[in-house]
Design a protein around this ligand. Structure first.
Ligand SMILES: [Zn+2]
Ligand SMILES: [Zn+2]
Length: 165
């Protein structure tokens, strides 16, 4: 059974450590990059945030002994499904950017209602993401780049493949 350690991540999504159990010295009450408070558990259900993980399997000498580093903050809680604070900030920022574009009301409405689908891997998400791609194609290059920067760290692998191949 793989072992998951607990991550500490700031409200803006900077990972201070993926392993508070073994690297307590790396913990920060406030993020050294942006000054935002850090959390180690889901604000909605209080489950620990999954960080680095160890594939070590009991006494198997061939198993991997070095924990795999958490390199990207998880988009949502695997216990309750709620997006984490950094995800909500990214989604709201993207919505604000779209609001400033010259898209039609119905495009903006679709974007706002469906942008959270980029977080999850599912067939219905895929359809929505393809539509979002079509909507983004109507927006200027600068806005597209800013939206990409805003969303890429919370997007699922499928969303990334469709939106930014
Ligand atoms: Zn930060
Ligand atoms: Zn939760």
């Amino acid at each position: 059974m793989p072992t998951f350690y607990t991550a500490e991540i700031c409200m803006n999504g900077h990972i201070t450590t993926g392993n508070i159990e073994h690297n307590p010295e790396r913990r920060e009450t406030y993020c050294h990059i942006c000054g935002a408070p850090t959390i180690t558990e889901c604000p909605s259900c209080h489950a620990s945030i999954r960080g680095d993980y160890d594939l070590a399997d009991g006494d198997d000498i061939f198993s991997l002994r070095v924990p795999l580093r958490l390199t990207q903050p998880p988009a949502y809680c695997i216990k309750c499904g709620h997006p984490f604070p950094w995800t909500n900030s990214a989604l709201s920022a993207a919505k604000e950017l779209i609001q400033m574009s010259n898209l039609s009301i119905s495009d903006i409405d679709f974007f706002n209602k469906n942008i959270d689908k980029i977080l999850y891997e599912s067939p219905s998400s895929t359809v929505a993401i393809v539509k979002i791609k079509k909507i983004l194609e109507k927006v200027g290059k600068l806005s597209i780049d800013i939206i990409k920067q805003t969303l890429i760290s919370v997007a699922s692998e499928t969303a990334k493949r469709i939106l930014w191949p």
